[in-house]
Design a protein around this ligand. Structure first.
Ligand code: ZN
Length: 681
């Protein structure tokens, strides 16, 4: 690991932030915090924290000494000055004289001394920063340092690497007690460059930004070089079946097994897949059920991954039913063990806690890889990132000695610490949170609007489009996945849905939207054109619906198949036979899926829209048709009972309403501004 410090970049940060009225100390603090935060071997997902002691002006214009420390909710990799709440230093330092301080009083004292009450909560490790005298302080959960200290002989191994340059602090839960112990450890060895927190992480400090930062880099580098000396394959492999099922095949099974079904509507999770040589060496190990479940590498991770992953048997190709059965049994055992752990530990702390859901957040699959799970793709990806990080720590720790993390009591204290749970936030979930949606023709006007509307309601969305670049652009706009897919080609559909399963674990809402209009007077129309239209406007709907149903049935949590039909299906326009005929068949398809899959909780509905500005009705076509009818463009577009133009957003809202309508199936929703000739009943 090398220092990324650059005098030019540091100076640029100072002048850039000066324009925002930010002083040099805080500017440099932001600069090096970001350098640390961008290296996943040092900091992952809100982990770690840094501080600077500086001065600020209060409301009277008086200069006061403050501690600017990382705020809750900010990631160091992209932190900005507002991510460092500033608290008066002197009152924080005086807290050290107290014998004890409750968490509530600590948080209150931190907030009460903020210069700006709108600032985020200062880090739970703020007092540790306050009690040390140094101007710049860095704290990370360095992957390689953890490999050294997550050992029965962790202190001896760390001393071998760092000698007297660091002081060593036994594990104490973050908060007031750890802050006092860390300050005392420093004062006993005032020449040290930092502190090694056994089974937790590392602090470095210095009089200036560069020194504190480069001490962190040097310490992580020393650990890395020590570990590199002994690296070798350490996990003898298990015997695996000759042929294994794919990640895409097992993802919906995992997602289904990890959905809570205790109360009415299933509470789903999103699952995301990772693999690679290091992951495979780990999950394929014969003893993965031992080293793989000993616990988190640093206590902070427990709120994201729980203390241990679920380890499944290897999934044999062609034997998915057997795998599903073993998986459901494994999840039930995992949940029961978690509930026992909670009951046991809650009794220890006086029965004051409320149990969290008992389902795994990381699943290790021998022969395949790992899955991270969470309430959204973002949460699932965080769990997967932490799991990958864990694999590196444990692999190196086992090479060196024996991986031994914290015991159950300490983990429970951290997992159920109110200040840790507060990091996850308590916002109410949106109606389509925990749902995965796929929108075909997703780069067109209606597709894009629908994908955006589903995302706004909390769903994770995959946009499929014939034009892969357009799909990627549309996905980037909303923060989803964009995939190229020819919906008339079954292999292309299967490949795209496989990618969706790897990225999100499956799907719950299909919006089968791709379509195009063929025209021709029906008695004279070219047979090939009619068949082509049937390929896209009927068979493609059937193809994507079949794939979606296969996945939904594997999940066992129901789902919604939503089809973009057309008013042509009931109200044919002259020369639109080649378009209306397959659309009429698709409208029947909606009802057939409703009939055949209702008992499995899979709903099927359609939208009949008309006269929407889109790839099917371009501005040029609008100009031509309105002219032919002797109408203004506005009057032509508003030619309906409501006298208003119907937009792609209106269609999108209809799909959202159908996605949420849990008791509705076989329904066709018209979005045409009112047209009695196209009315269904
Ligand atoms: Zn920490």
């Amino acid at each position: 690991m090398k220092s990324a410090w650059s005098d030019a970049d540091a100076a640029a940060a100072v002048s850039r932030y000066a324009e925002q009225g930010v002083g040099e100390d805080l500017a440099l603090r932001v600069y090096t915090a970001r350098l640390l935060g961008r290296d996943p071997l040092l900091v992952l997902h809100g982990g770690g924290n840094t501080s600077v002691k500086t001065t600020a002006r209060d409301v009277f214009g008086d200069e006061v000494e403050v501690l600017a420390v990382k705020g809750s909710g900010w990631d160091m990799g992209d932190i900005e000055p507002p991510g460092f709440p500033q608290a008066r230093l002197d009152p924080l330092q005086r807290l050290r004289d107290l014998e004890s301080l409750t968490d509530e009083d600590m948080v209150n004292a931190l907030r009460a001394n903020l210069l700006d009450q709108a600032a985020p909560n200062p880090s739970v490790e703020t007092l540790l920063h306050a009690f040390l005298p140094h101007k710049f302080i860095e704290h990370t959960h360095s992957t390689d340092v953890l490999s050294l200290v997550d050992q029965p002989e962790g202190e001896a191994l760390a001393r071998e690497v760092y000698g007297d340059r660091f002081a060593y602090v036994p594990y104490i839960m973050p908060g007031f007690a750890l802050s006092k112990a860390a300050a005392a450890a420093y004062e006993a060895s005032p020449d040290v460059e930092g502190l090694i927190l056994l089974k937790h992480g590392i602090f470095t400090f210095g009089p200036d930004a560069r020194t504190a930062y480069e001490r962190m880099i040097a310490a992580a580098d020393a650990a890395e070089r020590r570990l590199a000396r002994g690296r070798r394959p350490v996990f003898p492999g298990a015997t695996l079946p000759a042929a294994l099922a794919s990640a895409a095949e097992i993802a919906p099974l995992i997602r289904g097994a990890c959905a809570a079904r205790s109360s009415g509507e299933p509470r789903r999770m999103v699952a995301t897949f990772r693999t690679g040589p290091a992951i495979r060496a780990y999950v394929d190990g014969a003893a993965v059920a031992s080293y793989g479940v000993r616990g988190v590498v640093t206590p902070d991770h427990v709120i994201r991954t729980k203390n241990a992953p679920l380890v499944t048997p290897p999934p044999e190709a062609g034997a998915l039913d057997a795998f599903a059965e073993a998986l459901h049994a494994g999840v039930a055992d995992y949940a029961a063990a978690y509930d026992r752990y909670f009951t046991r530990q809650n009794a220890r702390v006086g029965g004051t806690k409320t149990g969290l859901d008992p389902l795994p957040r990381v699943v290790l699959v021998p022969g395949v890889g790992l899955f991270g799970l969470g309430a959204s793709h973002k949460d699932a990806a965080i769990a997967a990132d932490l799991a990958e990080n864990t694999i590196r720590v444990v692999t190196d720790a086992e090479t060196l000695g024996r991986y031994e993390p914290l015991g159950e009591d300490d983990i429970f204290d951290m997992e159920y610490w109110s200040l840790e749970q507060a990091k996850l936030g308590k916002k109410a979930e949106k109606p389509l949170a925990r749902h995965v949606a796929v929108v075909t023709g997703g780069a067109g006007a209606i597709g894009r609007a629908t994908a955006k509307a589903l995302k706004a309601e909390g769903a994770d969305v995959a946009i499929l489009d014939l034009d892969a670049d357009a799909a990627a652009r549309a996905a980037a706009e909303i923060g989803g996945a964009g995939l190229g897919c020819d919906v008339t080609d079954r292999a292309s559909v299967r490949a795209a849905f496989d990618r969706v399963c790897e990225r999100f674990g499956g799907l719950d809402i299909l919006v089968s939207n791709a379509g195009a209009a063929w025209r021709g007077r029906i008695g004279e129309v070219d047979d090939a054109a009619l068949r082509e239209s049937f390929e896209l406007n009927f068979f493609a709907h059937q193809g994507v619906a079949q794939e979606a149903v296969r996945i939904m049935r594997a999940q066992g949590t129901g789902g919604a198949l939503l089809f973009n039909v057309s008013k042509q299906a009931v109200n044919p326009g002259p020369d639109f036979g080649p378009y209306g005929l397959p659309k009429a068949a698709t409208m029947f398809l909606v009802r057939q899926y409703a009939v055949d899959y209702g008992r499995e909780g899979i709903r099927a509905c359609g939208v009949n829209a008309d006269r929407i500005r889109s790839g099917l009705l371009t501005d040029a076509m609008i100009a031509e048709r309105s002219k032919a009818r002797g109408l203004s463009e506005a009057d032509y577009m508003a030619g309906n009972l409501l006298r208003r133009e119907v937009t792609a957003e209106d269609v999108a809202q209809a799909f959202v309403a159908l996605a949420k309508a849990r008791a509705t199936t076989g329904h066709i929703f018209t979005v045409d501004g009112g047209n009695t000739a196209a009315a269904l009943r």
